[in-house]
Design a protein around this ligand. Structure first.
Ligand SMILES: NC(=O)c1ccc[n+]([C@@H]2O[C@H](COP(=O)([O-])OP(=O)(O)OC[C@H]3O[C@@H](n4cnc5c(N)ncnc54)[C@H](O)[C@@H]3O)[C@@H](O)[C@H]2O)c1
Length: 886
């Protein structure tokens, strides 16, 4: 008789206690080998070896390709041992030789497939291009790293395959393993250890220690040096393993019991269904966790099915497992035989109808052996214990049902959810049923089919996690996120600034890719711009006012045959539905680019539409900050008002009815590709709008200059924008046809747009957003009214910048103290507003006095405030400013 030893740290050794036990052939009840019996000391030695090997990096530190090479050698060594593995598996586990002979092939195939996948395709490192955190920019990536020491606790039904299902994904991902085979079936795992040693897998990486679950299993599941347990076995033991592992929070994957439903629909091919039920239940004597042990047969075919199934079961040959003609061999042990006999007795007592089997099977020429006849219970009710509890033997319950829905309900009436089948000649119908069953695997017109790349595992109390495929590899890795700061300077870190009095952000990233074409007649460039973008089907987006002014048609003519239509339904302060309507028009007309002709409302709608056209779905899907990673649908913007700068900014401001306020898309990728500043497009803008949109641009410029994000590039743009507005706004108010002044206003708006896209805005915007959302005050008008008050509020935090604003506004600051010059800037803004006829008080634009408090509470939470020169955290201070502006 052969003598098998423990495999610890690359050596075959006796148990520390010297104890051995016998491995039995369940077909003859005769001993076939002696095996060293691991105890506490051996389990600890194996864990220590695995820990040391893992921590040394001898395996975990290899590149995946180097591990692949070793695992391919391992597969070759298994192949060399193929016959011995198959014969030993058959003799020790009672698998019929026809089944056992394919096990080495499955093990080798799985080892090769999964270790190659791990080396060649597994996502070890992944870049996260858009992190979803606009305030912590940087490179973000994740690494997948091994977990550490992984224990595999192996069941007795498929000892070799289950050991490989645990070892290969663990090893391929860099872990070390301690394998504990079941006491009944320890042999093939030890042959696998020989193969691992022969393949040169480093010492300590693989350890195999047969021993009792009670003693060895307990140490493996509680030892602090073990990081993960992968277990296949009964749900009762799985629960205990989870409990034991919880003290040290081990990762667990559990592949547990089942009571799977194999559903025979009334349209099934009967011969096929009977074969599926036979193979699905009686293969390996029913000792397979996902066996279809509840056959649900439609009442329409029930009697016919029972008759055929009985006949088929009675034709199965139960015999010695090594005999090539045996269909079924013995159960694994005396205990398992007793369990099966107990359940059969219970089934009869519960009132199920035993139609065949129900007794031990005699095998000619053999004395002893744990053989049991294939057993069918008919007229089983799903509530019976034989239908609810896992028997793990050749016993099947046939349950009658009337409709597909009832079949699904019965299938789901179980604490388990591991496997299942549907037999039907209508695949669509079978799929509908399969979708309804809450289980980890469903086979249609088939059973017991496992595939290396297809995940296997349980719903409900059938398990945790998955084996096989990519999902199985993920179970043996943990995810590490690595963030690399974009600008490693303490003064560029907005989060660190939360705990500092210095809020100013020093670093910046200037990315404003819009191509700007400006001047009288700039519109003519549009034809060329469309072709530069690779487009030929432009849809014009505009609003009714702009259309009426003839501006959209001007563009249509310039586009010649590149225009596929005009959508002119965009309202002021557009909402998400406005974007969806524009998208629908673009989709209908198969537009490949958007030309927006209008103010901020139209341009922002177009930005939302371009993101939606590119990414699909609805506008609501795309409201977010900095999550786009590639160019959007091409967009040419032609601004017709004097203020938003939206033609070059990274913002789309869209009202969400769901949120009850304006929300944003903020993203570099929504900046229009081209902006055309042609003064002819603003000549028709009425005086009131000219002034309010002009003050919108002024507010952008002043706030970009004073913001905590301000920088020299944007300062230059902002200051020049302020100069241009202060000089030209009175001119365009005096004469709306002053083309030069109109162009200068457009240029100012664009420059202010660039400035605030990078340097951000501040409290005036926070307050204007709120007045707009709660009281429909036009954005520019609200901005203008609150701007001078906010400038005064900020005076001690940005006196230097505000003094520059004063100069840009034409104030002679010579001899003035910086603070006085700053205050003079606010006065100058008010003087300019008065001069051009801008509304001066919130009461003049429809804000009720008793609404101010609510405005203050909303405004305090506006994103724009984050960038204000002076920290804004007291709603009463904001209320005070609203009152001053009232
Ligand atoms: N994306 C950004 O960077 C940004 C910046 C600031 C404001 N906004 C948003 O822009 C919107 C406001 O845009 P807006 O101020 O440009 O106004 P608007 O686009 O709402 O237009 C206002 C009105 O002016 C009319 N109009 C526009 N141009 C005309 C012309 N040349 N002749 C005759 N009538 C004309 C329009 O028909 C409309 O009725 C708001 O929703 C605001 O939140 C966006």
């Amino acid at each position: 008789m052969e003598n098998y030893k423990l495999f610890i740290n690359g050596e075959f050794v006796d148990a520390a206690s010297g104890k051995t036990f016998e491995a039995i052939d369940p077909g003859t009840e005769q001993p076939i080998a002696t095996v060293a019996q691991a105890g506490k000391a051996d389990a600890e030695a194996a864990i220590t070896a695995a820990r040391k090997a893992f921590d040394s990096g001898i395996w975990s530190g290899l590149v995946p390709a180097a591990r692949l090479a070793k695992l391919q050698d391992f597969a070759d060594q298994m192949a060399q041992q193929g016959l011995r593995l198959a014969a030993t598996e058959s003799m020790n586990a009672g698998q019929v030789i026809n089944l056992a002979k394919v096990m080495p092939l499955l093990c080798i195939g799985y080892a090769r497939n999964i270790s190659h996948y791990a080396a060649a395709k597994f996502p070890w490192e992944e870049e996260i291009l858009a992190s979803g955190n606009a305030f912590g920019p940087g490179r973000e990536f994740i690494r997948r790293e091994p977990i550490g020491v992984c224990v595999g606790i192996i069941p007795w039904n498929f000892p070799m395959l289950m050991a490989i299902w645990k070892m290969i994904p663990a090893l391929a991902t860099g872990n070390t393993v301690v394998i504990k085979p079941a006491s009944y079936t320890p042999l093939t795992a030890l042959i696998l250890a020989e193969a691992a040693k022969a393949a040169g897998i480093p010492n300590g990486v693989v350890n195999v220690i047969p021993g009792s679950g009670g003693e060895v299993g307990k140490i493996l599941c509680t030892h602090p040096d073990v990081d993960k347990i992968a277990f296949t076995g009964s749900t009762a033991v799985g629960r205990e393993i989870m409990r034991m592992g919880s003290a040290t929070v081990k990762k667990v994957t559990l592949e547990l019991g089942g009571k799977s439903a194999n559903i025979i629909l009334d349209d099934a091919d009967m011969d096929l269904a009977v074969e599926g039920a036979t193979y699905g239940t009686f293969s390996h004597q029913g000792q397979i966790c996902e066996s279809g042990t509840r056959v649900l047969a439609s009442s329409k075919i029930y009697d016919q099915f029972i008759e055929m199934f009985k006949k088929r079961a009675e034709a199965l040959r139960v015999g010695y497992q090594m005999h090539p003609t045996s269909h079924m061999g013995p159960l694994v042990s005396k205990e398992q035989l007793a369990t099966v006999e107990g359940y059969v007795k219970m089934g009869k007592e519960e009132g199920a109808e035993l139609i065949t089997g129900g007794k031990r099977a005699e095998v000619q020429g053999i004395k002893g052996g744990y053989y049991y006849a294939p057993t069918i219970f008919a007229n089983v009710k799903n509530k019976m214990r034989i239908a609810q509890e896992e028997i793990f033997g050749p016993v099947v319950c046939v349950i009658k049902y009337d409709s597909d829905e009832e079949a699904v309900a019965i299938a789901n009436d179980s604490i388990y959810g591991l496997g299942g089948g549907v037999f039907s000649s209508n695949t669509a119908r079978a799929e509908r049923v399969a979708r309804g069953v809450r289980t980890g695997t469903m086979w249609i017109n088939n059973y017991h089919i496992f595939s290396d790349f297809c995940p296997f595992g349980g719903y409900k109390q059938s398990g945790v996690g998955r084996e096989l495929g990519a999902a199985g590899l993920h179970e043996y890795t943990q995810v590490k996120r690595v963030h690399v700061n974009y600008a490693a300077d303490r003064n560029t870190n907005m989060n660190f600034a939360l705990m500092s009095d210095n809020k100013k952000i020093e670093g910046f990233s200037y990315n404003c890719p819009t191509n700007v074409v400006g001047g009288h007649g700039a519109l003519s460039s549009i034809y060329k711009e469309v072709t530069n973008l690779g487009c030929r089907r432009a849809l014009i987006l505009t609003d009714p006012g702009v259309r009426k002014a003839g501006l959209a048609d001007l563009v249509k003519n310039a586009l010649v045959d590149f225009c596929v239509g005009i959508h002119d339904k965009i309202p002021p302060d557009p909402d998400l539905e406005s974007v969806d309507a524009a998208v629908e028009a673009a989709r209908e007309l198969r537009a490949d680019c958007i030309v927006s002709v209008g103010g901020g409302s139209v341009i922002d709608t177009a930005k939302g539409a371009c993101a939606t056209l590119k990414n699909g779905g609805k506008a609501n899907d795309h409201l977010n900050f900095l999550v786009l990673t590639e160019p959007q649908t091409p967009h040419i913007a032609i601004p017709t008002t004097a203020g938003t700068g939206s033609e070059v900014t990274n913002a789309a401001v869209l009202t969400s009815k769901g949120a009850g306020r304006k929300l944003f898309i903020i993203d570099t990728h929504i900046m229009p590709n081209t902006a055309i500043l042609d003064p002819r497009f603003t000549m028709t803008l009425p005086k009131g709008l000219t002034v309010s949109t002009g003050m919108d641009a002024m507010t952008h410029a002043v706030e970009a200059l004073t913001s905590i994000m301000s920088n020299q590039i944007c300062d230059g743009q902002a200051l020049h924008a302020i100069r241009l507005i202060s000089e030209n706004m009175p001119l365009v108010v005096a004469d709306g046809k002053n083309e030069k002044a109109r162009l200068n206003m457009q240029i100012a708006a664009t420059m202010a747009g660039w400035a605030f896209t990078i340097a951000q805005v501040g409290l005036a915007h926070g307050m204007a957003h709120t007045a707009g959302a709660l009281h429909h005050v036009p954005h520019g008008a609200a901005c203008g009214i609150v701007l001078p008050k906010v400038m005064r509020f900020n005076v001690d935090h940005s006196a230097d910048k505000l003094a520059l604003v004063a100069q840009a506004l034409g104030v002679n600051t010579k001899g003035m103290k910086e603070r006085d010059a700053a205050l003079a800037a606010a006065d100058a803004v008010e003087a300019l507003m008065k001069k051009v006829g801008h509304p001066m008080r919130l009461r003049d634009v429809g804000v009720p006095e008793d609404g101010l408090m609510m405005c203050a509470f909303h405004a305090i939470a506006d994103t724009a405030d984050l960038f204000n020169a002076r920290p804004v955290s007291d709603p009463m201070e904001v209320l005070e400013i609203y009152k001053q502006a009232y």
